[in-house]
Write a protein that binds this ligand. Structure first.
Ligand SMILES: [Zn+2]
Length: 258
């Protein structure tokens, strides 16, 4: 039963990963720039091509390209330039994460909350790694969806105590990150604070110790990465590294260690 659930979630993750690749390509632009709708190299608007089912008299120009739909290979079909994360990285990570969550997280509604957060967190991690941004368009639905699904889990199972702890835990981790952001003067951004709110909520649902473990793992990974960069001479002391991917990896490592 669990194996069947893990397999179906892995397949769903593969399919969702393709959509998340499009989300990543769209929002991985520097702050202030418009969302990406075409290949940055040649301007090839993959999404504006006439869909196969459309009548012939509709010219490709009838389809305004709102979304650039990148190939899983991560390269533009026209000019071959990289248009996003490495080949199949988003797809494989989403599939593996959802399958692993299916094996570790119960009951169903809590699993749904964890999967929802994962589906939001994967593009967030890739976007932050690429352009050091965590767009509100992803952090807001991550928090809202996780909160609503945990509320449903509390209502079904009567776990109001867990829900209260989850809410407080999310605020606590967000507050801690906000304090770090103020003290470090830009080392951590407001996007990190918003991601921490969602991650903290899910971590604290399991318990305070899971919240501590997840947060500690995230900061430890970020510190280790910073030290490696410094030792390799690829960063200076003043340079800021993206925190989001480490917070996300640390949190999901703690969640999978349930
Ligand atoms: Zn191109």
């Amino acid at each position: 039963m669990t194996a069947a659930l893990a397999t179906s979630l892995a397949l769903a993750g593969l399919a969702a990963g393709w959509g998340l690749r499009a989300v990543t390509a769209r929002y991985a632009v520097p702050a202030g720039e418009p969302h990406r709708r075409s290949c940055p190299g040649c301007g090839h608007p993959a999404a504006s091509q006439r869909p196969r089912f459309a009548p012939r008299w509709l010219s490709p120009r009838s389809f305004s390209p709102r979304w650039f739909l990148p190939r899983p290979s991560g390269r533009c079909p026209a000019c071959g330039q990289r248009t996003g994360p490495p080949p199949f990285a988003v797809e494989a990570i989403t599939a593996l994460t959802l399958a692993a969550l299916a094996l570790r997280v119960h009951p169903g509604l809590v699993l749904a909350a964890a999967c929802w957060l994962a589906v939001c967190a994967v593009p967030l991690a890739f976007i932050d790694a690429a352009v050091r941004r965590l767009p509100d368009l992803l952090t807001a639905p991550a928090y809202a969806g996780t909160g609503l699904l945990l509320m449903a889990a509390a209502a079904v199972g009567g776990h109001w105590h867990d829900l209260l702890r989850a809410g407080l835990g999310g605020l606590a981790l967000a507050g801690f990150c906000l304090a770090v952001a103020v003290v470090s003067r830009g080392g951590m951004g407001l996007g990190d604070v918003k991601v921490a709110a969602s991650l903290g909520t899910l971590l604290a649902w399991r318990g305070w110790s899971t919240l501590l473990a997840g947060a500690f793992a995230g900061f430890l990974l970020a510190a280790a990465y910073g030290i490696v960069l410094l030792l390799a001479g690829r960063a200076t002391r003043k340079q800021h590294i993206p925190f989001g991917p480490f917070l996300i990896i640390g949190a999901f490592a703690a969640i999978l260690a349930w």
